[in-house]
Design a protein around this ligand. Structure first.
Ligand code: ACO
Length: 425
C-alpha cells in the first residue's frame, strides 16, 4: 500500500500525489496546488492548531481517547508510583531514567544551584505587597536572563546544559520567594541537605525552628504532583516556549513566555478558577443548580474538558487518590465533597457525556494545594515549577532539530484590498 494521498483539485481537474510521513501530509506540499502559476497555492487553515503537528517529538505520548499519558514511553501511573520528581526530570531531559549513580550526581548538581543571586532577591523585594505570585514568577524568570548573559549562546550545547540545570534548580526558590513575599515573610535560603521537594517545603514553610523537618507524606504528595505536571507535549505554554525559543531567544526569557501562557485561566490558571467555582457553589446540595446553569451558558465548569483528552485525564485519577493521602495528614478539605458530587453529576449528564468532558488535572490539584495551605494565587506557580522541566526539554529538542526554523505561521488575509490614502485636510 503506497504511503500517499491523491488529491484532485476540482477547480482545475488536476490530480496531485502527496507523500504521507508517519501518516501525515506536509502542509508545504499543498502549495503546489495552484489554479495558475501566479496563484500562491493552497495552505491549510487551522486556527488554534487543532489538527496541526508543528514538530516531531520523542518526549511525551498522549492518547486522548484512551486517557493515556507516557513520558519517554513510561506510563505516568508507574512513574508516579515508583520514581521521584528529579528522576522523572532526568528522564524527560535525557530520554532514560538515571542509574543510581547518575541520580545522585544529578541531585547534587541540581541542589548546588538552588541559591538566587542576592540582586534577584532584591529585585523581588520591589514587587508590590499584593502582586500576583505568577506575575512575580514570570518577571523573575525573565530577569534571570540579565544575570546569566552567556545564556544567549543557545547554539552551544554546554551552555544550554548549564542554563537548563540552573533554571530547574532555581524555580522552586523563585516560587517559594513569591509565596513568602505575598505573605510578608522573610525569604528562607535553600537547604541542600534536603531533597528537591523537601527543600521547596523548607523555603515555603520554615519559621523560627533551627532546622525544618518536612512531613514525608506531604513531601511525597508534592513530588507526585510535580511528576504529573512535568510535561504534556504541545500544549499552549509549551508551544509558546518553542515559538519564542525558535527565534533563538535565551531559555530564561523563553521560559518566562511559556509561564505567561500557563498563567491564563484556560490553561494552568484553571485550578485557581476551580477553587473559586467550588467556593461559589458553596455546598453539595447546590451542585445540580450550578451544573444546570453551566448548561445554560452561564460559563464553563472549570477543571472539566480538555483539548486532547476525550476520556478521564489519567493525571486527575492519580490526584484523586493523592488527595485522600494528603487529607490523612491535613484533615479533609470540605471542597472535596463538592468536587466529588460535581464529578458524579457531570459524568451522568448528557451534556458532558456527549461532549466527552471529564475532569482534567486541574480539577483535583487545587483542592490538594489548598489543603496544604496555599492560597489559589499560588496554584499556577506550583504548576510552573515542574513544567519548567518539560518546557526546557522541548526547547532543547527544538533547538537541536535540523528541521526547525523560526516559527512563522501564515494567515488568510481578510482585510481591505489595495486602496489609496485620500487627500488629507
Ligand atoms: N464546561 C462546560 N462546557 C464545556 C467545557 C466546560 N469546562 N469545556 C468545553 N465545553 C463545551 C463547549 O462549550 C463546547 O460546547 P458546544 O459544542 O456546544 O459549543 C464543547 O464543550 C467543546 O468545547 P471546546 O471549547 O471546543 O473545547 P476546546 O478543546 O477548545 O477547549 C478547554 C478545551 C479550553 C480545556 C475547555 O474544555 C475549557 O475551557 N475547560 C475549562 C478550563 C480548564 O479546566 N482548563 C484546564 C485545561 S487542562 C490544562 O491546561 C492543564
Amino acid at each position: 500500500m503506497p504511503d500517499t494521498l491523491t488529491v484532485t483539485d476540482n477547480r482545475t481537474g488536476k490530480t496531485y500525489t502527496l507523500a504521507l510521513h508517519d501518516g501525515n501530509i506536509r502542509a508545504i506540499d499543498l502549495r503546489q496546488i495552484q489554479t495558475n502559476p501566479d496563484d500562491f497555492g493552497v495552505m491549510s487553515y487551522d486556527p488554534a492548531y487543532t489538527n496541526t503537528a508543528a514538530c516531531r517529538s520523542s518526549i511525551t505520548y498522549i492518547d486522548g481517547d484512551k486517557g493515556i499519558l507516557r513520558y519517554r514511553g513510561y506510563p505516568i501511573e508507574q512513574l508516579a508510583e515508583k520514581c521521584t520528581f528529579p528522576e522523572v526530570a532526568y528522564l524527560i531531559l535525557n530520554g532514560e531514567l538515571p542509574t543510581p549513580d547518575q541520580a545522585q550526581d544529578w541531585n547534587e548538581h541540581l541542589m548546588r544551584r538552588t541559591m538566587l543571586h542576592e540582586n534577584v532577591k532584591k529585585f523581588m523585594e520591589g514587587f508590590h505587597y499584593d502582586a500576583h505570585p505568577m506575575g512575580m514568577f514570570i518577571s523573575t524568570m525573565a530577569a534571570l536572563s540579565t544575570f546569566y548573559n552567556e545564556a544567549k549562546k543557545v547554539l552551544d550545547p554546554e551552555v544550554r546544559k548549564l542554563e537548563v540545570l540552573r533554571a530547574i534548580s532555581k524555580v522552586p526558590t523563585i516560587a517559594a520567594y513569591t509565596y513568602r513575599h505575598s505573605m510578608g515573610l522573610p525569604y528562607v535560603y535553600p537547604d541542600n541537605s534536603l531533597t528537591y521537594t523537601e527543600n521547596f517545603m523548607n523555603m515555603l514553610w520554615k519559621m523560627t525552628e533551627p532546622v525544618y523537618k518536612p512531613n514525608p507524606a506531604i513531601a511525597r504528595a508534592l513530588d507526585i504532583l510535580f511528576i504529573l505536571h512535568a510535561d504534556h507535549e504541545q500544549n499552549c505554554s509549551t508551544s509558546a516556549m518553542r515559538g519564542v525559543g525558535s527565534s533563538q531567544a535565551d531559555p530564561f526569557v523563553a521560559t518566562a513566555a511559556a509561564a505567561a501562557a500557563l498563567y491564563g485561566p484556560l490553561h494552568g490558571g484553571a485550578n485557581e478558577q476551580v477553587l473559586r467555582m467550588l467556593d461559589e457553589i458553596g455546598s453539595k446540595d447546590k451542585v445540580p443548580a450550578y451544573v444546570a446553569a453551566v448548561k445554560n451558558n452561564k460559563g464553563k465548569l472549570m477543571g472539566f474538558g480538555h483539548r486532547i483528552y476525550k476520556n478521564y485525564d489519567p493525571r486527575a485519577r492519580i490526584l484523586k487518590w493523592a488527595a485522600e493521602r494528603v487529607f490523612e495528614v491535613t484533615g479533609r478539605n470540605p471542597k472535596l465533597d463538592i468536587a466529588l458530587e460535581l464529578e458524579r453529576i457531570a459524568l451522568e449528564d448528557d451534556y458532558f457525556v456527549q461532549r466527552k468532558l471529564y475532569p482534567n488535572v486541574d480539577f483535583y490539584s487545587g483542592i490538594i494545594y489548598q489543603a496544604l495551605g496555599f492560597r489559589p494565587e499560588m496554584f499556577t506557580v506550583l504548576f510552573a515549577i515542574p513544567r519548567t522541566v518539560g518546557w526546557l526539554a522541548q526547547w532543547e529538542e527544538m533547538i537541536t532539530d535540523p528541521e526547525q526554523k523560526i516559527a512563522r505561521p501564515r494567515q488568510v488575509y481578510t482585510g481591505k484590498a489595495l486602496r489609496d490614502v485620500p487627500a488629507r485636510p
